[in-house]
Design a protein around this ligand. Structure first.
Ligand SMILES: [Zn+2]
Length: 311
């Protein structure tokens, strides 16, 4: 019997527990209702459970925050078992930015390494099966140590682990490309007419003017700072300080969707003009949308039911 099939939740729901409509229940209860409603052909209850999951896992990159949503692996398994495609991308992304994809395999463990070398038919059908075999019912491993046992519903299939490995590599490549250097495509308006606008005398911004500053009229004495975009060495130094030395690159290496939002919050206004900052924001917004709308589906092979041909 599946882990989530206490049909009393469904009975309570049918008995008029409208509180579930007003305040969504926990993930475990939603999953239980979905399984029971499907088995008993209660279409409306199943549809409610699916809608609730879709609200929980909003398919929108603006909904990705520092707060992680729990039960991502269980949700991925539910999306395959009950055909819930609109939940899949968000749940997979949660796993992508989670250590070990939320799985409990430790390759430093001799027993897991030995299991991984076995032919598939001997080791089990999936990594999940291997983990299930290894961590017996009482949570004791072969070598006697005790570990917390993962619920079976949270064990990912080998196909899904493969999707995650490939997608994480691609995401990391994208993050490295985006954060490598100050973008060449940014053009400061101060550079369009060098004869009129020069350092300290023209269309430039002081450190105290900030993002909201207006261009200083030509010939008017300024506070003496020009936008760092005008100097490749200055922009490179500032980029390295803000993106890399601040730790932002490392912090978001597995979460570039949130990382691209974090880049916008760095203190660019001290050294770059409003126009250049706007161009940077536009570049990062486009990258974030491209990652979420197009590339994630491709890298996760979400249009291929069994993952065949990924990569
Ligand atoms: Zn500029």
């Amino acid at each position: 019997m599946p882990s989530y099939f206490p049909s009393d939740y469904l009975l309570r729901f049918l008995a008029g527990h409208s509180k579930y409509i007003v305040t969504p229940p926990s993930f475990g209860i939603i999953a239980s209702i979905l399984r029971a409603a499907t088995r008993l052909s209660f279409g409306d209850m199943g549809a409610w459970a699916v809608r609730t999951l879709e609200m929980m896992w909003k398919d929108d990159f603006d909904e990705v925050t520092e707060d992680h949503i729990q039960h991502a692996a269980e949700t991925v398994n539910l999306t395959w078992d009950y055909d819930i495609p609109r939940v899949r991308r968000r749940a997979f992304y949660e796993l992508l930015r989670t250590k070990n994809f939320g799985q409990d395999f430790d390759l430093r463990d001799d027993d897991v390494r030995a299991s991984a070398r076995l032919p598939v038919e001997e080791a089990g059908e999936s990594l999940g099966d291997r983990a299930e075999n290894k961590y017996a019912a009482n949570g004791t491993t072969v070598n006697g140590s005790r570990r917390r046992r993962m619920p079976r519903a949270a064990l990912l299939s080998r196909d899904d682990v493969g999707r995650l490995i490939y997608a994480r590599e691609e995401l990391l490549d994208a993050w490295i490309r985006i954060t490598a250097t100050f973008p060449d495509s940014v053009v400061c308006p101060s550079a369009s007419d060098g004869a009129q606008y020069s350092a300290g005398d023209g269309l430039c911004f002081s450190a105290t003017d900030g993002v909201g500053a207006s261009p200083v009229p030509i010939g008017k004495k300024t506070k003496g700072r020009v936008c760092d975009t005008l100097s490749r060495s200055s922009s490179s130094l500032r980029w390295a300080a803000l993106v890399h030395q601040s730790g932002t690159f490392m912090q978001y290496k597995y979460d570039p969707v949130l990382g691209l939002s974090a880049l916008k919050k760095l203190n660019w206004s001290k050294n770059f003009c409003k126009t250049c900052i706007s161009q940077l924001h536009l570049i990062w917004d486009k990258e974030r949308a491209k990652l979420w709308v197009y590339q994630l589906d491709e890298w996760l092979c979400l249009n291929r039911a069994n993952g065949a041909g990924c990569g």
